[in-house]
Design a binder for this molecule. Structure first.
Ligand SMILES: NC(=O)c1ccc[n+]([C@@H]2O[C@H](COP(=O)([O-])OP(=O)(O)OC[C@H]3O[C@@H](n4cnc5c(N)ncnc54)[C@H](O)[C@@H]3O)[C@@H](O)[C@H]2O)c1
Length: 312
């Protein structure tokens, strides 16, 4: 079984994916600035190694051997203000170039975690990878991720790639974003969940489907391709909130706040390309994902007492 080098392994998606990779029998080398979420796994798993590494400044060729597969997740992975723009470019663009240099003809492929933020808010829906307007980011985060995509494409003769543009993701360990905030910060504390606007719809994707897409991308014969990864279903934000409340057994009502300029009115992916080539088949409806999440949710006490683990 091949080895996977996973950057950003201690993050939200990294933690879930590393567990799945180990379950599938891969050997995993986890790279990150932090270790705390992987510590328990490390104690039990002989096929998991962790190295504290900075993707911006360390020589990553020390970690990558001939034939390794690289799953590149490390990033400044949230919306970025002008104040943080330089850091985001250093990590998301410069760090990606450094990862590509570390691959240096040795890696079998690089799988890159891109984002729906590469698309403009008025993109035609359902969003196709090469739709009419194409990627046209409207914020610093989207720009930095699209630039990283371009660098990866420029290196394709040296390192084949698969680019996954994840949509909105929710799941255990993500305590930010609408669902994360409701499930971690509001509902368990008896506070009204906030909805901005209320008309928008989103392609809410459970992290276990994202993990499945990562596993498929590491093995697909369709390299040098870009895929939208979501569910292909649009759910209204009020319905999403109602699902979180009712499945949590809460009688709270959502509080509606004015809409925000950066929210997409309708975000819905066309996932036909991923279905056909990657054989990606999302399994989780929003209600199923929230129910599954609830099974693993820590108690309210644990949420409050473990801010380091849950809030980042
Ligand atoms: N979470 C989402 O909703 C979402 C949606 C679309 C795309 N993505 C992309 O998926 C990837 C993973 O996202 P996530 O939600 O797990 O983010 P996260 O913030 O939870 O994890 C990112 C990890 O990268 C590590 N990291 C940051 N800078 C680093 C550096 N210089 N060197 C080494 N490690 C560094 C962090 O320590 C962290 O563990 C990111 O590339 C993100 O852009 C995430």
């Amino acid at each position: 079984m091949k080895r996977v080098i996973c950057t950003g392994a201690n993050g939200f998606i990294g933690t879930h994916t590393v567990k799945a990779l180990l379950d599938k029998g891969y050997e995993v080398t986890a790279l990150d600035l932090n270790i705390e979420r992987l510590r328990e796994l490390l104690g039990h798993h002989p096929r998991l190694n962790f190295f504290k590494a900075n993707i911006v400044s360390d020589d990553l060729s020390n970690f990558i051997q001939e034939g390794d597969k690289v799953l590149h997740l490390a990033a400044v992975a949230h919306f970025i203000t002008r104040k943080d723009a330089l850091k985001a470019v250093q990590v998301n663009v410069g760090g990606t170039i450094n990862v590509l240099e570390g691959c240096n003809k040795k890696a079998e492929r690089i799988v890159f975690s891109s984002t729906g933020s590469v698309y403009a808010s008025n993109v035609a829906v359902p969003i196709r990878e090469n739709g009419e307007l194409g990627p046209r980011p409207e914020n610093y985060y989207g720009w930095s991720k699209l630039q990283a995509e371009r660098w990866i494409q420029n290196y394709k003769k040296l390192t084949p790639h698969v680019i996954l543009r994840y949509g909105y993701i929710y799941g255990i360990l993500k305590s930010w974003g609408a669902i994360g905030d409701w499930m971690y910060n509001k509902i368990p504390k008896g506070e009204a969940p906030l909805i901005y606007g209320g008309q928008q719809t989103n392609d809410f994707t459970y992290v276990k489907d994202i993990v499945e897409a990562n596993l498929l991308a590491l093995e697909t014969p369709y390299i040098n391709e870009t895929f939208n990864i979501g569910t292909g279903r649009a759910v209204n934000i009020r319905d999403a909130c109602e699902a979180c409340l009712s499945l949590s057994g809460s009688t709270l009502n959502a509080k509606i706040e004015p809409s925000r300029s950066f929210d997409y009115p309708i975000f819905l992916y066309d996932i036909a390309k991923a279905r056909t080539l990657l054989r990606y088949s999302p399994k989780w409806t929003l209600r199923e994902g929230i129910s599954d999440m609830l099974k693993e949710m820590p108690t309210q006490k644990e949420v409050i007492n473990a801010p380091k683990l849950l809030v980042h």
